[in-house]
Design a protein around this ligand. Structure first.
Ligand code: ZN
Ligand code: ZN
Length: 338
């Protein structure tokens, strides 16, 4: 079968590799949709963590089971439509026991290797795609699960102001989840087309961060108070710093994006102290977040169709990576049969 293999900086190749076979308790999944994630791009551009070479990136994956090995099947059959959860958590350690399986002490990171024609995974890592949900849409389950994890840690009272900073694919997922939770949602971004998409997906107000004073604009929309919750989806220290000026007293800032390259932020300690602002973060997800993400997609509470700006064949995976690297459009998918 064909598989993309990353040999190093700017060196992603399509190669013929042996077809995957399912061992006991495993399934072969024919990959139908695989989303390009900024973390893939960091590996590709050399700014991400070093990995063994060559390897196959791709962890936002949906497909169809084509083979089951012997042993447990997890109730799955050949032909089932599934999404793949790369996080193998133990369910027994200190972190899992207290509901923080995103920090599982025995985590197994399954290399989904999603930019390929097929992959093999333990059946325990497969989740059923709801009827009526396309495999393209289902491939958003993994990033949406990360968004759900963030929201699980944020109080969002009805009709309170939630400001989403950054209207990229992740910001647009946050926009919809915040909207589903009953918030009044404000989205800030520098790009007019992204703000238009945010409005189409339910943002009540948008702020053009390229024009004028964002702080003033947010204050004007919030009776001078700032947003009760600010979700920062941009990993830039300057943008993160600005969040502390956009949040209301007694509010919360969620730092959803890591900084790349690693950066530091100067913090006025009087913001958390006198203004009682909680500074929180979130990373990855627990299995229940993944299940919640699938329900949000399956029930139509989160619509990802407007986020898909580009589709590529596996043969054009380099174009998919370059498109994401250059921040063209929103989400690029590698799609079978395209
Ligand atoms: Zn990702
Ligand atoms: Zn664990």
């Amino acid at each position: 079968m064909k598989s993309a293999r990353l040999y190093g900086h700017d060196d992603l190749r399509i190669e013929d590799v042996p077809d995957p076979r399912a061992g006991s308790g495993e399934a072969v999944v024919e990959i139908h949709a695989s989303g390009v994630c900024p973390s893939d791009i960091r590996s590709y551009t050399g700014s991400g963590t070093a990995k063994r070479d060559p390897w196959t990136p791709g962890h936002e994956v949906a497909g169809v089971i084509t083979e089951l090995g012997g042993g447990p099947t997890g109730g799955f059959s050949v032909g089932d439509r599934v999404v793949l959860d790369w996080r193998g958590v133990c369910g027994r350690c200190h972190e899992c026991a207290r509901g923080a399986a995103n920090f599982c002490e025995n985590l197994v990171k399954f290399p989904i290797a999603g930019f390929a024609e097929a992959t093999v995974m333990p059946v325990g890592q497969l989740r059923t795609v709801p009827d009526g949900l396309s495999l393209e849409a289902a491939s958003f389950c993994e990033p949406l699960a990360c968004v759900v994890n963030a929201h699980r840690g944020l109080a969002v009272p009805l009709a309170r102001n939630v400001l989403v900073v950054g209207a990229g694919p992740i910001g647009l997922l946050h926009t919809q989840v915040a909207r589903a939770r009953g918030a009044r949602v404000i989205v800030a971004d520098m790009k007019a087309d992204r703000l238009a998409t945010a409005t189409a997906l339910g943002a009540h107000d948008v702020v053009d961060a390229s024009a004028g004073d964002t702080r003033q604009a947010v204050r004007a929309l919030t009776e001078g108070r700032g947003a009760d919750v600010v979700i920062v989806t941009v990993g830039s220290p300057a943008v993160i710093s600005s969040a502390f000026e956009l949040v209301a007293r007694n509010g919360a800032v969620n730092l959803f994006a890591g900084t790349h390259p690693k950066g530091t932020v100067e913090l006025n300690p009087d913001v958390p102290h006198y203004d009682q602002v909680a500074i929180t973060g979130s990373h990855d997800f627990i299995p229940d977040d993944f299940a919640t993400a699938l329900r949000l997609l399956g029930f139509g509470m989160v619509d990802v169709a407007p986020l898909i700006s580009h589709r590529f064949s596996l043969d054009s995976v380099v174009d998919a990576f370059e498109t994401t690297r250059q921040q063209k459009g929103l989400k690029s998918l590698v799609v079978a049969g395209h």
